[in-house]
Design a protein around this ligand. Sequence first.
Ligand SMILES: Cc1ncc(C[n+]2csc(CCOP(=O)(O)OP(=O)(O)O)c2C)c(N)n1
Ligand SMILES: [Mg+2]
Length: 322
Amino acid sequence: MDKSIAEEIYALMVLGRKFEYAAKEHYMTGEISGFLHLDIGQEALSVAAMKAFDHGDVFTTYREHIMAMSRGIEPKAVMAELFGKSTGVSEGQGGSMHLFDPSHFFYGGDAIVGGHIPNAVGCAYARKFKESEHGVLVLFGDGASNSGAFFESLNIASTWKLPLLFLCENNQYAIGTKITRVAPFLEQRKKAEPYMRTMEVDGNDALAVYECIKEAQEYISKGHGPVFVEAMTYRYEGHSVSDAATYRSAEELEIWKHKDPIAQLKSVLQDRFELSSSDLDEIDKKAQETVDEAVTFAQESPEAGVETLYDHLFKEVNHVVS
Ligand SMILES: Cc1ncc(C[n+]2csc(CCOP(=O)(O)OP(=O)(O)O)c2C)c(N)n1
Ligand SMILES: [Mg+2]
């Protein structure tokens, strides 16, 4: 592992956590509306997976702000999207759950649990058909791995040997439902074992995630077919900002906070890569500045106008908006 990559991942994780807390704050003021799902506690997985999967396409879920920024989308454009502003990455039409940017090969952000997995299969089919050397990464939760679309996707991706990396972010909960109440085992990779190679990684260990996704990316790019990676992690906040997470114990949360991904990587940077406390303070300061600038940018940007309501529809509509 290169020091500069470790440092870059750390900086994005720090940025991500500050970004998420800022988003929560501006949701409470009413500047952000709709749904807001925070990724606090899961930053290692979101950042390191994006940095490792450095080519090809990405499909993901509604908990995707940090992933979008790690793929290279400007924090300003992400924040403005949460605010519903025209300068947002989806021109203010998508909101938090629909960050979409083809120029970064980032195809969402999807609100339908499991619904994006077949889209990723289709994209992987196109990659194979066009003999592209790159593949597709699809991220989804433990809950999504109970959907029919998921099983159908495993089946066809494996049969057609598609270049598709399934990455299950197992945070053990689907809203308030513990995974072991609705699946016969905690490890969701067991569902994929009959179909393809499976791997497991500690989702709170950023460097381990990076190495694992690199290996998986190489595997799918060489035409071996799909691979399934499972990363165990935990979210600190409720499912969305309107969820107080009363279905889990304070002790369970504390156990996971002791495995905090940012604190873990910080120790590695200090011990192995000899970053000083002033280097680390500088990273922190820059991240805060970036978040503050993103908030100001979002606040000052114009609303997505009502005249844009019918933009980007496949079908021509003649409705007149008054
Ligand atoms: C098809 C469908 N069913 C139900 C929902 C409501 N819903 C939104 S998120 C969610 C839980 C998903 O859990 P998981 O896949 O583990 O992802 P996590 O939120 O933990 O990241 C549910 C049931 C939905 N959005 N779409
Ligand atoms: Mg989950």
